[in-house]
Design a protein around this ligand. Sequence first.
Ligand SMILES: Cc1cc2nc3c(=O)[nH]c(=O)nc-3n(C[C@H](O)[C@H](O)[C@H](O)COP(=O)(O)O)c2cc1C
Length: 184
Amino acid sequence: MTAPTCLLVFASTHGHVRRIAEAVADRLRGAGVVVDVRDVEDAPASTAGYDLVVLGGSIHAERHQAPLVAWMRRHAEGLAGRRVALFSVSLAALDPTPDGRAKVGGWVDALLEATGVRPDARACIAGALPYRDYALPTRWLMRRIARKQGLPTDTSRNHDLTDWAAVQRFADEAAALVAVRTPA
Ligand SMILES: Cc1cc2nc3c(=O)[nH]c(=O)nc-3n(C[C@H](O)[C@H](O)[C@H](O)COP(=O)(O)O)c2cc1C
């Protein structure tokens, strides 16, 4: 039996979504899937030939990255014929309250509404506060937001707030869409 193939397209503003995308790809590879990981700026012109497409992006000012939205819109028709899994990264995903869940769910719903893509699996994943990688104005802005939300405010270092077990669970769910085993 030939191994299933996956195209993983991501948009990452400061690099954290890229790390999550690589972790998802590693997990899928461990499950026997052949994975092609592409920044949305370098994504192929067609999704033909892939058994699974994984999409990943993050929230900035309450929206997913415009290039990801545009790519999904362009490929919605092709994606309708294949298995699709989507992950959305944000700080609001750290909020376990019903209001928090509704907020992040609403951003994903807006993305799907705007693009016409209907994923078979989806996950909202907590991101990072990489203060050292921000330009100064962004560092100040994010520190102010973080303080209001009770998140880390020490700008002398980067803060990884991702639940990596949740990333693995999402990858396993994506692997199951193409009926392959998941690693123990
Ligand atoms: C300028 C800016 C605006 C952001 N806006 C939001 C937001 O509206 N809601 C939210 O939950 N997270 C927000 N975030 C947090 C990002 O979604 C989070 O840092 C994520 O890990 C970014 O990943 P990336 O840098 O790989 O794109 C924002 C981050 C930045 C730098």
